[in-house]
Design a protein around this ligand. Structure first.
Ligand code: ATP
Ligand code: MG
Length: 615
């Protein structure tokens, strides 16, 4: 292929519309153009990348037993009404009416259509298991379409649905997809992690997300560097120190952590130390709740204008962790108030799962005054009983002598203690995991990183088959609902995530397996027709031997071509110069490492094939 025969238009300036690097580079390298917010044209270079990612996905889906088909994008409302999602999906669903006033939507996902297909076509357990998939456009009217292809309103997804007769079958299908996803993202050259996730609105039990690690990612992940545990912060369970007892610490940090552990947990005291058999000079703190005798008398104090935890902590000269934070929510039932430690964040997903409510909205000032009858910023658990459902994070039980709102403007209480001063309906895990929390698997401190979700696996169970009546006859001739799983990959998001992960100041560094072309050939003697002919021939020779190559035949300066080559991110740049004419040597520069090699033109194809496959 010659550059002048295709459409490649690079931009020197960083487009103002692009806020993160992958978006900027995809626009600048001529792979993408915006049509409307979250809606893009993918230009020929970007399209080649897309096709390569799709080919890898297809190969691995087929290898795992997936069967490809193609469903419509427009879906009738009736199916969504049958599954119960028409009313709950919300404004993300693009809804439309035909000329007869019948309602449809543009598919944001396809559980309904696949379940309907199986309901129509599959009668007997003998026809299962079955794994059906498609690669096709999806539509979601996202509240904040941004970051180019990372969060679009129109995007390409691979979605596969598995159908089994029982949970064991589902487990087997799930394992196949889990393995296939690992192969896909490894073949795409991505550095990714698999994390435990929360099932969210789609329903179901087990679910894993595949994440590309990147600072610009919208998801937060806690992970353990001592074991393989990793989870979305929204999902990660938070253990309380006293639940785990003494735990092993990394070498060399024991003594320091021991003292800071007791200092930062106001409701716990060190009630002893414990030797560690394998390292005799190290000790572990054993923490336990402070005893009753240490509870100070309740004290009402004036705290004018201190509406936030930070303000009250600063005003009283205490750390934020000594304040009880209270958060109030409007639900589809009784209003709820939840206590978490002042320096923690509440995890709304955990709360929503606990309450099993469809509506969960943080109460605004009007709600707090109206529904709860409380002053915003000065609410607290003392004397709150009866007005709301009061819940508390597990950690609260062990805290003593805390500061909390006094339920009257400009006043707080000091020395608030659970049991003596207030009761709660229940304790549960309501807080958001954070860096330094205890790994639920091995007890080491967790780290926090950001990631981009490129794929997700869900065990749906019988949620859709029961709602829509997708039954089969089992061995005994009884009707049973099929057991389903669904497995998505954001194809366009994967493309952008690869750029977010692989770039430098000069441009993109494509992993060879998904690069638009693997090699670009640039003759340096611009007006040297001998070099031009050699470049043209060489490009054809490489292409014929299976190396995806492009010859930059534009009448631009060599420097411009080099800059474009770096920006577009071809893995290999091959220079044709006078040594090629006289000695048959070409100069190869690797985009990723910057390494330069001079090798004979005639052996170049074999050499590159070998290196590209391995790199
Ligand atoms: P997110 O939490 O990022 O909104 P999701 O969990 O709602 O994504 P799924 O329903 O799991 O998304 O869809 C499967 C895959 O489709 C996701 O893993 C992601 O890669 C991709 N995807 C979802 N929404 C978008 C979007 N707006 N733009 C591009 N890709 C998307
Ligand atoms: Mg998801």
């Amino acid at each position: 292929m010659r550059v002048t025969e295709t459409l490649i238009s690079t931009l020197r300036e960083v487009p103002a519309e692009a806020d993160i690097v992958s978006h900027q580079l995809l626009l600048r390298s001529g792979m993408l153009r915006k049509v409307a917010a979250g809606i893009y044209t993918i230009l020929p270079l970007g399209h080649r990348v897309l096709l390569k990612i799709e080919a890898i996905i297809r190969e691995e889906m087929n290898r795992a037993g997936g069967i490809e088909l193609l469903m419509p994008i427009i879906q009738p409302a009736e199916l969504w009404q049958q599954s119960g999602r028409w009313d709950v999906y919300g404004p993300e669903l693009f809804r439309l009416k035909d000329r007869h006033e019948r309602s449809f939507c543009l598919g944001p996902t396809h559980e309904e259509l696949f379940t309907e297909l199986v309901r129509q076509e599959i009668r007997s357990y003998r026809q299962l298991p079955l794994m059906l998939y498609q690669i096709q456009n999806k539509y979601r009217d996202e509240r904040r379409p941004r970051f180019g292809l990372l969060r679009g309103r129109e995007f390409i997804m691979k979605d596969l649905y598995s159908f089994d007769i029982d949970e064991n079958g589902l487990d087997a299908s799930y394992r196949k997809m889990y393995a296939a996803y690992n192969r896909i993202f490894t073949r795409c050259g991505l550095d990714f992690r698999v994390v435990e996730a929360d099932p969210g609105a789609i329903g179901g039990s087990d679910t894993h997300e595949f994440m590309v690690m990147a600072d610009t990612g919208e998801a937060e992940i806690v992970f353990c560097s001592a074991c393989d545990y990793a989870a979305d912060v929204e999902k990660a369970p938070c253990l309380v120190e006293s639940q785990t007892g003494p735990r092993p610490r990394p070498e060399g940090t024991r003594r320091r952590i021991l003292s800071s552990a007791s200092r930062t947990r106001p409701g716990l005291k060190e009630c002893g130390v414990q030797d560690r058999a394998e390292s005799p000079d190290a000790v572990e703190a054993v923490l336990c709740p402070v005893d009753e005798a240490r509870l100070q008398p309740l004290q009402r104090v004036r705290t004018p204008g201190t509406r936030t935890v930070r303000e009250v902590a600063e005003y009283l000269g205490i750390p934020a962790e000594q304040v009880l934070k209270i958060l109030m929510y409007v639900t589809d039932d009784v209003p709820v108030a939840v206590l978490v430690r002042g320096d923690r964040s509440l995890n709304e997903i955990k709360l929503k799962n606990y309450l099993q409510t469809n509506v969960l909205e943080i109460a605004d000032e009007e709600d707090v005054a109206g529904r709860f009858g409380l002053p915003q910023g000065f609410a607290g658990p003392v004397g709150l009983g009866g007005r709301v459902r009061l819940l508390a994070d597990n950690e609260i039980k062990n805290l003593s002598n805390m500061v909390a709102g006094a339920n009257e403007p400009d006043f707080h209480y000091r020395n608030v203690n659970y049991g003596r001063d207030y009761q709660v309906e229940d304790f549960a895990d309501f807080r958001l995991a954070q860096e330094g929390d205890i790994c639920p698997k091995c007890g080491q401190p967790l780290q926090l990183k950001r990631g981009i979700e490129i794929g997700q696996l869900f065990k749906l169970g019988t949620k859709y088959s029961k709602a829509m009546g997708a039954n089969v006859l089992d061995e005994n001739g009884r009707e049973i609902p099929v057991v389903m799983g669904c497995y998505g990959i954001g194809v366009t998001r994967t493309l952008a995530a690869a750029v977010e992960q692989w770039h430098d100041q000069d441009g993109i560094i494509w992993p060879p397996s998904i690069a638009p072309y693997e090699a670009v050939i640039i003759p340096v003697g611009q007006h040297d027709s001998l070099q031009a002919d050699l470049a043209d021939d060489f490009c054809r020779q490489l292409t014929d031997s299976g190396i995806d190559s492009i010859y930059d035949d534009r009448s631009e300066r060599t420097g411009v071509k080099f800059k474009d080559a770096d920006l577009i991110g071809y893995p290999v740049r091959i220079v044709i110069n006078k040594d090629t004419v006289t000695e048959g040597l070409v100069e190869i520069k690797w985009r990723a490492s910057g390494a330069v090699e001079r090798i004979p033109k005639d052996t170049a194809a074999a050499y590159l094939r070998h290196k590209l496959a391995r790199d």
